[in-house]
Design a protein around this ligand. Structure first.
Ligand code: CP
Ligand code: NVA
Length: 298
């Protein structure tokens, strides 16, 4: 059966650890020093309805490093969004490529893409989920702390796509997580149920101070996600008091999936703080995805 990764809980707990192990091994360079090209002659189609710096570049570079090839298909490059339905795009691409990575608005479109694809579909971010980011986040935490045991993370910000996948991933590796959001921007109940299904649901609060009190890591993301531009004023007002400043960091580490909107969810001083691990996290997108791609395809 073709495996798709539309969210992190499409992997089992054991598979998640296996992908992270493979990512760490590939990052250390072992396989590539042996001149292996695990994805030689394999092609990844990369469908983008939204912009991207990290996802596009890390997948494309990752495929090159693994000996394969990636094709960028932006919103103005193909017929998707200009009259051709996603199910037709899916079946046509399945005839050419070995896997499809897609960044789409509507998560149901990713489900449709997968339903009609004969090759693995990887979610490169939808309005609901960002599992590749979670893989990189967990790889980063594992590197920083040597594992997940006794590590406490505080998510401070929007209960959005990145938070949702991260909460489920955290539950899968038994990572201690507290999620602080304004009341109107909490994680969906369905996400908390999925956390329970794979481990434990995170503690939730509307008080960022309480969330970070015992945390080793503070993790945040933009308040206004791609596609939410019309909600900007309302969201900026709702998130007053949630901005991460350098003072909040202290001995803690700062994670951010990036792009960072300095002056909104974080200050410049926080992003540039010596305990900010955002660049390690960004680099790990590629290593984590290389782990996933080879696990799916090699
Ligand atoms: N974190 C992340 O997905 O970044 P991009 O939007 O730049 O791909
Ligand atoms: N929550 C953000 C993440 C960007 C990588 C968005 O969806 O725009």
């Amino acid at each position: 059966m073709t495996r798709h990764v539309l969210d992190i809980d499409d992997l089992t707990r054991a598979e998640l650890h296996a992908v992270l192990d493979r990512a760490a091994e590939l990052k250390s360079g072992g396989r590539l020093q042996e001149d292996e090209r695990p994805l030689e002659n394999r092609t990844l189609a990369m469908l983008f309805e939204k912009p991207s710096t990290r996802t596009r570049t890390s997948f494309e570079t990752g495929m090159t490093r693994l000996g394969g090839h990636a094709i960028f298909l932006g919103p103005d490059d193909i017929h998707l969004g200009h009259g051709e339905p996603i199910k037709d795009t899916s079946r046509a691409l399945s005839g050419y490529v070995d896997a499809i990575m897609a960044r789409l608005f509507d998560h149901e479109d990713a489900e449709d893409l997968a339903a009609y694809a004969d090759v693995p579909v990887i979610n490169g971010l939808t309005d609901d989920a960002h599992p590749c980011q979670t893989l990189a986040d967990l790889l980063t935490i594992r590197e920083r702390f040597g594992g997940f045991e006794d590590v406490s993370v505080a998510w401070v910000g929007d209960g959005n796509n990145v938070a949702s996948s991260f909460a489920i991933g955290a539950a899968m590796v038994d990572l201690d997580l507290t999620v602080a959001t304004p009341a109107d921007y909490a994680l969906d109940e369905s996400v908390l149920d999925r956390c329970e299904a794979v481990g434990s649901a995170p503690a939730t609060t509307t008080d960022p101070d309480a969330a970070i009190a015992d945390a080793d890591v503070i993790y945040t993301d933009v308040w206004v996600s791609m596609g939410e531009e019309d909600e900007r004023d309302q969201k900026l007002a709702a998130f007053e008091g949630f901005q991460i400043t350098a003072d909040w960091i202290g001995d803690r580490e700062l994670m951010h999936c990036l792009p960072a909107h300095r002056g909104e969810e974080v200050t410049d001083g926080a992003v540039e703080h010596s305990n900010s691990v955002v660049w390690q996290q960004a680099e790990n997108r590629m290593h984590a995805q290389n782990g996933l791609l080879t696990w799916l395809l090699a």
